[in-house]
Design a protein around this ligand. Sequence first.
Ligand code: G4P
Ligand code: NA
Ligand code: NA
Length: 194
Amino acid sequence: MELLKEKIKQEGKVLSDTVLKVDSFLNHQIDPELMLEIGKEFAARFKEEGVTKILTLESSGIAPAVMTGLYLNVPVVFARKRKSLTLVNDLLTAEVYSFTKQETNEISVSQKFISENDRLLIIDDFLANGQAALGLADIVDQAKASIAGMGIVIEKGFQDGGKQLREKGYKVESLAIVQSLANSKVTFTQVEEM
Ligand code: G4P
Ligand code: NA
Ligand code: NA
């Protein structure tokens, strides 16, 4: 997605060979118009997949997920990282290990929001090692629902997640695939645009 890649080039900060900071439009401040275009693009890429609901993870997955839900005309559910006071019973949970943070977090979704007949599109902001996406897929499996695919805003192509998820057979669509962050420079993997 050219618009996204331009935004990354202009505003992204390379923090190290493996970490890209995009807090001016995705991870802290949010650019609503860009999110709307991102939602439109995901909707176009998954329109034939019979999506009934979108599943994401708080917090940075929510903005792109909501815009995608708007275009596909389906509800959006986000998994929580912390248990809320009112969210206590009938939870579907999964363990998500973060290599970046070297900690395991439990993510949860109330089972009333995912039914067996649902076909979920999983959306997230970043794909690194794939642990968050796998945790979300685990929750969908527990609900005996099906997975329409995974939409990722920024995939780090030099990390393992994309390969793992595609090998498992998921349809993974990433709007920008970062090939390298070496020498403080962002380079993208060229993929066929729709
Ligand atoms: P994984 O799910 O693919 O295995 O990723 P990992 O554990 O490495 O990621 C942990 C957190 O760091 C996630 O956000 C993920 O989106 C984010 N992340 C991973 N690589 C990058 C990167 O290069 N740049 C930025 N900006 N973020 C990255 P989170 O902790 O869930 O936070 P949030 O959703 O509240 O923003
Ligand atoms: Na994030
Ligand atoms: Na995230």
